[in-house]
Design a protein around this ligand. Sequence first.
Ligand code: ADP
Ligand code: ZN
Length: 468
Amino acid sequence: MGKSNAKVYVKSSDGIKFSDVAGEDEAKENLAEIVDYLHSPDKYKEIGASMPKGILLVGSPGTGKTMLAKAVAGEANVPFFSMSGSEFVEMFVGMGASKVRDLFRQAKEKAPCIVFIDEIDAIGQKRNSGKMGGNDEREQTLNQLLTEMDGFEGNTGVIILAATNRPESLDPALTRPGRFDRRVPVELPDLKGRETILKVHTKKIKVSEDADFQQIARMASGASGAEHANVVNEAALRAVRDGRKYATQADLEESIEVVIAGYQKKNAILTDKEKWTVAYHEIGHALVAAKQTHSAPVQKITIIPRTSGALGYTMQVEDGNHYLMTKEEIENKIATYTGGRAAEEVIFGTISTGASNDIEQATKLARAMITRYGMSEDFDMVALETVDNQYLGGDVAMACSAETQARVARQVVELVKKQHEKATEILMENRGKLEELAKFLYEKETITGEEFMEILEKQGMGCYIENG
Ligand code: ADP
Ligand code: ZN
């Protein structure tokens, strides 16, 4: 008793490599630094750099977080210790904490190594603010984990990777600097990613040569890597049931329906119509941004639901140190926020609820222009609003009469409206590009900034008239 009976210590020789994890290039890039550090820690020590002790892998179940953690160990050729958060709390009282202590003792002996904690939310949830009903066992376990993390230097070679689907539910003590202070999003795969995942998994079964993986991937928008593994296995089982020697395209297609039926209940999968709406909406933002600034607006747009919960758009990458914004820049930004809705109007003639966050952001900016930045002619440089304690949430209080407040409100509306009209105009003038880009995004589910600019800058197909 008391000993950690973790099925730890996976030998790295049978370890998974990054190449086994299909897609997830960004996550891999992010983790490559850890691998490099484990390979040559001296390089880092010499200069005085320390690695983060803890890294959170954030993403839906089945996106490959465990695989990635194993791959880091595999690539670096170091031992891999793993434990699941829920295991900790299922223990008898007092066992969770001692298990943690034990795990870290073993890990330090075997350093450099990777410690992987799956489902960290099971122990790391925000502590109950209520007086009663707290889970003592969990709290002790969490405290022990924090103590262990604080107890070793950043350069001991123990790197802790932890997986969660709900980073916002974690106790802030866990995400403080020196603990889990780095996040690596592990996203659901896009079309290309899904095709690669299918290829990886169909290598393990016998499958007919004419199987069209892209077609299958197309049918599985929103499904995770694990679900794809499932589909492939289902297809193989189906083939056996029918007494065939290999799985066919039809087997794959039919299993996808079975598996999808399962996950459609769990995750809200976008309908085709929604997918088009989101594609146009996101391109609307990006196109308005690009046309105003004449530069690549985004790193990447995707219509796969992101871990952040947002449906797609990655707002313009702020260019470095951008402390000051001109009036024109703020106006452009407001126009960009309205661009999503504007695209829906231009294309469908109807509007959806997809713009609620945009509305909030645009309103905030417009309001600040008038009440805080002195950017309206009417009020000149008069502060109409004071921010109480910026550091504690920043409650905003109006510092003017009710009549003035009404005038401010009217001006906010006017301002947003004007930018909304500008956005609509931009989109109508560039309707061809809007359609072309949205179609690309709909089909590929992801578009990079480069692809975006390439399509945008490509000359039209001949039929434009030069008018003097
Ligand atoms: P998570 O830890 O995010 O819940 P896992 O890493 O446990 O997900 O993935 C479960 C299974 O799903 C893996 O064993 C693998 O078969 C499959 N899988 C998930 N993501 C991928 C991927 N990107 N490439 C290949 N297989 C994947
Ligand atoms: Zn939007």
